[in-house]
Design a protein around this ligand. Sequence first.
Ligand code: DNO
Length: 379
Amino acid sequence: MRWFGPADPVPLAHLRQAGASAVFTSLHDIPYGEAWPRTAVRERRELVEAAGLRWTAVESIPVHEDLKTGRGDLAGLLENYASSLRAVAAEGIRTVVYNFMPVLDWVRTDMAFMLPDGSRSMRFDPVHFAAFDLHALQRPGAEYDHPPEIREQAAAWWGTLDEPARQRFIASIIDVFPGVKWGLTLDDIRTMLARYEGIGESQLLAHLERFLDYILPVAEEVGVKLAIHPDDPPFPVLGLPRIVSTEAQLASILDLADSPSHGLCFCTGSLGARPDNDLPAMVARFADRLHALHLRSTTLEADGSFHEAGHLDGTTDLLAVLLSYQKSRTSPDSVPWRPDHGLVIMDDLDKPEGITPGYSAIGRLKGLAEIRGMLRAMP
Ligand code: DNO
């Protein structure tokens, strides 16, 4: 299970009671780009172990924006990242998840989407996202990125929101970085977007390659496996380049380096939000290069919207993915996995402020139980 550290409203004891044996966690209090001191990693590891759990994967050591845009003190940032890898390896943690998504870590347009049974989920609606882009952010050139009928619906929907509703909507899009609240404003986002001026997909891929060229030898030396997380959602947003969304892109990324430390975090929820991603086929193709698994399902709707579904429901057939993975894998190494996200259900529905978006207690417990059941029953 993912754990956000001592400030997480779901304590380690509850994760253990839910059936977890290990956690994915990070030192969320350390600013992006700084080196992680080994003592801080050790203290966090001891906290996890004192609760009867293991810390098997770091999620994430975030990649500083300057490394993605290729501006600033790159040498210093690369050395800090390498030093963090050495610190986690010295404490026995062998898997590190990271992502290379420009500006935003993940995007939804509704954090409390009600399903027919009264559960709450998170949804992405292209009309609402266009309203954000065109009317809240007012990004120059945004009009070229949304078809006319979507622009029309976006304007109409934006007109129905009063000012407080607009502010709540904006905050839910721009301030959902894992484990931190930065209080970002639209102007901050505009500044961050401006840094990507002139950076297309090939440039971003070249920046990823530069990062890997420096980091992979260190990872190999200390025995850490890196796992790049896919884009969420897996298509371009806000005019930004996206390089980790499709099967072809995952293959190109793996082709950047032939290293045992270079692999993927196979997130079925993120990848599953694109109808042309055939997940059982992709998991088979990349089986031995998967260093971490995030397991969840998404329901795709006809108009391009999607929402997060129960782990056994939705458009993604998780059992088919797991069976295909099992059949295709040859590596004997164990791979850390976790149920990704969970719906808000039952008692959690009454604590709206106490839930980290996506990381409810009871909904994830249900997902974990379903996945453990599948694994136990698999041949
Ligand atoms: C969302 C998560 C992501 C993920 C990072 C990995 O719930 O899956 O925030 O942790 O993108 O770097």
